[in-house]
Design a protein. Sequence first.
Length: 391
Amino acid sequence: MELEWRRADFLYASLLYRLENEFKTLFQRVEKPIFVTSCGPSLDFRLKGGEKMANILLIYTGGTIGMVSEGCMQRLRPFNFDRLLDRVGEIQQLNCRIDFQSFAKPIDSSDIKPKHWVQLAEIIEKNYHQYDGFVVLHGSDTLAYSASVLSFMLENLSKPVVFTGSQLPIGAIRTDAKENLITAIQIAAMREGDAPLIQEVGLCFAHKLLRANRSTKINTTCFEAFDSPHFSPLVEAGIGLRVNKRSLLRNRKALVVHKELDTRIALVKFFPGINPAFLEAVFVNTAVRGVLLETYGSGNATTEKWFLKWLKKGLDKGLRMVDVSQCVGGSVALGRYETSRHMKDLGVVSGWDITTESALAKMMLLLPRCRSAAAFKEKFERPIAGELSPN
Ligand code: ASP
């Protein structure tokens, strides 16, 4: 197991910190409440003193948030978790108890693999009943992929799993890391009565909590690195936390964790001049089991005979094909134009307004679970975890 279990006793840690001033983790219990205000139709959420203190498990996988620069080129590489926590003394002021686990070897998220997603799901499964919420620190590059996959792996979630990261390392001047980490913990700790307020996988970045499987990375340099073009933020953090309560998922069933993922998937982005030989290779001559067609506008692609021929051959041999749009806004509408009617007639599945990241994740989960093309289509075209809106 690549994980290292690090558990701090808060009172003991705080005592040690004061006495020795060299204990590296700064988590401790304080009596200050988190005050959260609202406006408009959103929920007015306030955690009063005396209410049950939330137990949060913080899981560190790597990413810029915990990186340090080294060498004359100032190249960023993942660093050890203890040093990361050293920089966020503000955590002491949060009215929750925090334990943490870290990947033994933190990674840049460009190195994330399905085995890491399974590890994350297993940590959450194993600790599900001991904690009220989970915060996952993750690099921003593949954050939307990981968070989307986890939203499907953790079926019937009734606790928050909040992914966050940052554009600048936590030690940098003007870092966004502290803000993101503190907001993520506050959101994971929000309660409504006895239950956690957020009961789904979210992505917290730049003052917003987005539904994980609706999010996409849109910027490499701005702090607002993520957007959720088809779905409003679940929470907006200003002076208080404004919760869009009507959009929150609710669930009463027991958690089911799916760990089987099929990654034999191809992503084909259409462009004028796309080569027939390439599509033949992807659709016919491979071990690929699912293809995501990233098409133009409302789901359109060329009507050239060779395309229809390879498309039919691929579908006949059992490939699952899903149509998602290259556009940031709007939805796939198969059959609206002649240029998508042939795909609809042949059995291509509509991704509606799903993001590419989320469609890949959903396909990885559904390929092993749906034996027939009809079962796959039926499951894919309906939301499982709020990831799409069929028209
Ligand atoms: N390359 C980094 C990563 O994804 C970028 C970041 O964390 O923002 O791990």
